[in-house]
Design a protein around this ligand. Structure first.
Ligand code: SF4
Length: 326
């Protein structure tokens, strides 16, 4: 399944977002059915391999050393611990294992262990994803050669609103890393966060940037801010659930072949809201109890929700069948 090349304007995307909700949902679900099994959800498991003490100043993040959070910095965990967590995730049905480190960028001394993690998780038959901050060319090549399938690097918000959230690296820095990863042949996972004080147009413009990466990212995580104590956004206003659903539907229409992932914030969503998000075209979730530092619904709660909605978790075998049919 390849992502479709497209050029979206800010205005066209906003008109879509503003459609009557029923029309928007119908269109999103129709696009979704042309590209995916509507009753199948991809599940990923995320492990923090190095927590806290990050040099960046992302206003939403409790791992930033600049945000005065109480979270203490840890060292990178050993490869064996990562592989044992991955094995557990695979046995629990996850098809992709995401490893996240709170870094501005990895150091050379970290690379051997990172490569061993990718090779080891790949060896367990899972897809691999990493989120490590900015990467230079040689780091991208080493990770690709080790078998890294996805690299996560979120653009977070619109280019206009970005400086309100992060000042230690620019929007252009983010796009550079995404281009480097894409050109090396690693699949791109990139999305953003709603609820940081941005306007609806910023949310839509974030999607315009992603859709116009050409190809669009293979995976688009949409997070709902979970305000963290001691961060500048600790008192941020909650996102309106219908606005959130609108953005998911708009993302589905603009990036028809991408996996659209419900990420952080799912623990705050009702079953009804999650069902609406799936109807709007979300087809990927994180499973497991924690998302780096924010809460995630417990797995048995997810199993109950899947059963209620008649959803199935995508399996590696199922994915291979879909690919073979392309
Ligand atoms: S979001 Fe990532 S880069 Fe930003 S402060 Fe947190 S860990 Fe660091």
């Amino acid at each position: 399944m390849s992502t479709t090349a497209s050029t979206w304007t800010s205005q066209a995307a906003k008109s879509l977002y503003d459609m009557p909700l029923m029309d928007l949902l119908f269109r999103a679900q129709s696009v979704h059915r042309e590209n995916f099994d509507p009753n199948q959800i991809q599940t990923s498991r995320l492990l923090s391999i190095k927590t806290g003490g990050c040099a960046e100043d992302c206003a939403y993040c409790s791992q930033s050393a600049r945000n005065g959070s109480q979270l203490s910095a840890s060292k990178m965990i050993e490869v064996e611990r990562v592989l044992s967590a991955a094995r557990k995730a695979r046995d629990g049905g996850a098809t992709r294992f995401c490893m996240g480190a709170a870094w501005r960028e990895p150091k050379e001394r970290d690379m051997d262990a990172l490569v061993a993690m990718v090779e080891g998780v790949r060896g367990l038959g899972m897809e691999t994803c990493m989120t490590l901050g900015m990467l230079d060319d040689s780091q991208v090549i080493r990770l690709r050669d080790a078998g890294l399938d996805y690299y996560n690097h979120n653009i977070d918000t619109s280019e206009r609103y970005y400086p309100e959230v992060i000042t230690t690296r620019s929007f252009a820095d983010r796009i550079d890393t995404l281009n480097r990863v894409k050109e090396a042949g690693i699949k791109v996972c990139s999305g953003g966060i709603l609820g940081m004080g941005e306007h609806a147009q910023d949310r839509v413009d974030m999607l315009v940037t992603l859709a116009n990466l050409n190809p669009a990212p293979d995976s688009v995580p949409i997070n709902m801010l979970m305000p963290q104590a001691d961060t500048p956004l600790a008192e941020a206003k909650p996102v309106d659930p219908i606005d959130f659903v609108r953005l998911i539907a708009t993302a589905r229409i603009m990036m028809p072949a991408s996996y659209v992932r419900l990420s952080a914030g799912r623990s705050e969503m009702s079953d009804e809201m999650q069902a609406l998000c799936f109807l709007a075209g979300a087809n990927s979730i994180f499973v497991g109890e924690t998302l780096l530092t924010a809460e995630n619904p417990e797995e048995d709660k997810d199993a109950v929700l899947f059963a209620k909605l008649g959803l199935r978790a995508e399996t590696m075998a199922g994915r291979c069948e879909t690919k073979a049919a392309e």
